[in-house]
Design a protein around this ligand. Structure first.
Ligand SMILES: NC(=O)c1ccc[n+]([C@@H]2O[C@H](COP(=O)([O-])OP(=O)(O)OC[C@H]3O[C@@H](n4cnc5c(N)ncnc54)[C@H](O)[C@@H]3O)[C@@H](O)[C@H]2O)c1
Ligand SMILES: [Zn+2]
Ligand SMILES: [Zn+2]
Length: 401
């Protein structure tokens, strides 16, 4: 078959177009704003709103208009005392928003889903790709020595939009991971990162073989982590959950999420009595498995008492160094043959599983969205931190005006 030169030209143009070669350097759904604002932590307990020019977009960049971001306990720690030594920094790693511009090289998200302007997106971890873990244990990138996230990157004038406490986030860098999540609403997307911590902890707990439909499970500590852990367990088919905390609102919330029995350590101040109550609820011997979600060394010490011989424990409550405790290893672990797992953060591959959990929670009417009790705009984030420190709500979020 013979082709005319104009037909050949049209075919070549089509193929190049499909390869992205003739695509514009960026795609956007309208004008990209010249500037954006960030809520920058400039000193301990001091967040200031600052305006910067949005950098020139490159071929591998994604520009996101921020729609919301959860305030994490880690943000509060950083606000209080800068344990990571990264001030000045724009915090916020539990964020989500809409893509407003896309570099021409970006065609798929980290899971291989097609990505386009207008999609809702969340970011996950940034691993280094070079440390022992990244090279030898790629399934455990949560343990990467230089693990990073958007929201904990020290300020750099070249790109000030690296944290979700801002009007825009610029996803830049080959190791960045991000996922399209169009079917989840804003509240679900703001809870996704927190839920991922718990989905990862469930995976660690399941490695002991002790989590099943018949397990009696204890959750110690009902902050956002403990409450989401209750929800994840419910969605995974665990129906016998016992929870301990001292705040009536948090205990009530646990019941709404489907927890069978709650105990207030304020009402029942004797450990011996609490252990007796837990045993009574758990076959007379103690729970099959327990999740430690308090961040309190004293609670971490007590938890062994609630667990039956041959049971298991997931220690997930110390993302920061809150101090030590001592136990008698004969009674606490060896003689009981405790199956102990730690749980640290999550890997990017926990994200698709977590999205599935959120869909499952919705289908089961687990009212996880009720965990969001307060929202604050960009210029009120100091207040958001104070409300968090005072434990006045449960999950506090930044949502732009
Ligand atoms: N493993 C991870 O990857 C990971 C990720 C994020 C956070 N965390 C950790 O999880 C912990 C909990 O986070 P959060 O945001 O829910 O914190 P939070 O402070 O809001 O909640 C902790 C809860 O524990 C309760 N508590 C304290 N002492 C207790 C006791 N003796 N018995 C029962 N309950 C008790 C408190 O009343 C509070 O409600 C933090 O310490 C954080 O470091 C871990
Ligand atoms: Zn977090
Ligand atoms: Zn690494």
């Amino acid at each position: 078959m013979d082709y005319t030169s104009s037909q050949v030209e049209s075919i070549v143009r089509k193929i190049l177009g499909e390869l992205g070669e003739s695509a514009p350097a960026r795609k956007s759904n309208g004008a990209i704003p010249k500037t954006g604002k960030v809520a920058m932590l400039t000193a301990t307990k001091k967040i200031e709103v600052k305006e910067f020019a949005i950098p020139e977009l490159q071929d591998d960049d994604i520009l996101v208009k921020v729609e919301g971001c959860g305030v994490c306990g880690t943000d509060v720690h950083e606000w209080k005392g800068d344990p990571f030594g990264i001030i000045p920094v724009t915090l916020g790693h539990e964020g989500t928003g809409e893509i407003i511009a896309l570099g021409k090289n970006i065609k798929f998200d980290t899971a291989g889903k097609p990505i386009k302007v207008g999609d809702k997106v969340v970011t996950s971890v940034i691993s280094c790709g070079e440390c022992h873990i990244c090279r030898n244990h790629p399934a455990n990138t949560n343990l990467c020595d230089k693990q990073g996230v958007f929201g904990l990157i020290p300020h750099d004038d070249k790109n000030p939009f690296t944290g979700w406490f801002s009007t825009h986030l610029l996803i830049r860098g080959k190791s960045a991971t991000y996922f399209v999540v169009n079917d989840l609403d804003l509240q679900e997307r703001m809870l996704l990162e927190l839920a991922c911590v718990c989905v990862h902890a469930l995976k660690r707990a399941q490695s002991t073989g002790l989590i099943n439909f018949n397990s009696k499970v204890l959750i110690q500590g009902l902050g956002p982590v403990g409450l989401v852990m209750c929800s994840v367990l419910r969605a995974a088919g665990v129906n016998h959950i016992i929870a301990i905390d001292g705040t009536p609102k948090r205990l009530e919330m646990a019941k709404k999420l489907g927890v069978k029995s709650v105990i207030s350590f304020k009402d029942v101040s004797s450990l011996e009595e609490r252990v007796r109550m837990v045993k009574q609820l758990a076959n007379g011997v103690g729970v099959d498995f327990a999740f430690q979600c308090t961040g309190a060394p004293m609670a971490a010490k007590d938890i062994y008492e609630y667990i039956r011989r041959g049971g298991g424990l997931c220690e997930m409550g110390f993302f920061v160094n809150n101090g030590e405790y001592s136990v008698n290893p004969h009674f606490a672990m060896c003689n009981k043959e405790i199956n102990l797992v730690g749980s640290w953060d999550y890997s990017a591959d926990d994200y698709p599983t977590t999205m599935a959990f959120l869909r499952q929670a919705r289908e089961m009417n687990i009212p996880i969205k009720e965990l969001i009790t307060h929202t604050f705009p960009l210029d009120k984030l100091n207040e958001a931190m104070e409300v968090n420190v005072a434990q006045q709500g449960i999950k506090i979020c930044y949502v732009p005006d």
